[in-house]
Design a protein around this ligand. Structure first.
Ligand SMILES: [Mn+2]
Length: 324
């Protein structure tokens, strides 16, 4: 039996399911969780959706987002835990311990890093997004798909492919998007909510971030900085800086764009994007992180200045070694 057949039969036989996604959830994780959760609920299952952090704008406008709980359930007893878009066990954060209360752990993901941690694993790194895997699973398992399920899968694929622009956009992703439209997904409505629904404060934060953009390594590396002060001054959250990393990458001649965010005292988070050939997953792994060839990230300890300097030194070396 293929992994998706095995998972389909667990979903058909089980009654209670717990769905989770990674910490700092994104559109793919939340959209996938909401879509699969609603479909299973309509199939008569008892479903609990769980996220470690509150769902911030604009993702809280996805249909059904208010149903996502933040606290783990008092009673375990789930037939299975489905981990969506989690990349590796550590991305489950504080929820990793709930796994023992669940009959089976099912890992559904399109990242290629670490060992799959599920009893059953539906992993396909060729796949644009976890949303695409959820679509396939729902179809193959014969689970119900109404317009809200279709819309949330569409939002998952749209956010993870940068509105069908990034290099993970495949013919299959576009075909599925077309099918989702036929099932009632409305791309304009979804973009307005998920891609455009931002606050004025976010624009003020972007204004500050843009003023820090610099070029390095002969114009091939570009950096952008976000300090804790900037978040405080504008009253914004880390989640408001989603997709800022695209701006340094958009500069002509740049191959590697990096967004360096200060997340705590001596804690930074670095997001990496490349345009054509540089393997940023491999660069991130030098710092203990990971991701995809064109989008990756890692965490680092130190002041913003030190982290930036260290990163630029290593990135320059990686570049010169034709890091692929
Ligand atoms: Mn994803």
């Amino acid at each position: 039996m293929s992994p998706s057949d095995e998972i389909a039969s667990v979903l058909a036989q089980g009654k209670r399911f717990l769905l989770v996604t990674h910490k700092d959830p994104d559109g793919d994780g939340i959209g996938s969780m909401l879509a699969l959760g609603r479909s299973l609920t309509h199939a008569g299952k008892d479903v609990l959706l769980l996220a470690q952090d509150p769902i911030h704008p604009p993702l809280n406008s996805l249909k059904g987002a208010h149903r996502i709980a933040q606290a783990p359930p008092a009673r375990g007893n789930f037939d299975a835990l489905l981990a969506l878009d989690c990349a590796e066990r550590s991305r489950l954060g504080e929820f990793a311990h709930i796994m023992k209360d669940c009959g089976l752990v099912i890992d559904i993901d399109h990242h290629l890093m670490g060992e799959p941690f599920g009893d059953l694993n539906l992993i396909d790194p060729e796949c644009s997004s976890t949303g695409e895997l959820v679509f396939r699973l729902i179809e193959e398992a014969g689970l119900p798909m109404d317009s809200d399920v279709a819309g949330n899968i569409f939002a998952a694929i749209q956010t993870d492919t940068g509105s069908f622009r990034y290099s993970n956009t495949t013919p299959e992703a576009l075909r599925i998007a077309a099918t989702l439209m036929e099932r009632g997904a409305d791309p304009w409505e979804i973009s307005n909510k998920v891609m455009h629904g931002h606050s004025l404060a976010r624009l003020k934060l972007l204004e500050m971030a843009l003023s820090t953009v610099e070029l390095h390594h002969g114009g091939k590396i570009s950096t952008m900085i976000l300090s804790r002060e900037m978040f405080e001054e504008t009253g914004t959250l880390q989640s408001d800086s989603e997709r800022f990393v695209d701006y340094p990458r958009f500069i002509r001649g740049v191959e590697l764009g990096a967004l360096i965010r200060e997340t705590g005292q001596y804690d930074c988070k670095i997001s990496l994007r490349s345009n054509r050939w540089l393997n940023v997953a491999s660069l991130a792994s030098r710092f203990g992180g990971g991701g995809h060839a064109r989008a990756a990230g890692f965490e680092a300890q130190g002041s913003l200045e030190d982290v930036k300097e260290n990163f630029l030194m290593e990135a320059g070396r990686f570049f010169d070694g034709k890091g692929g």
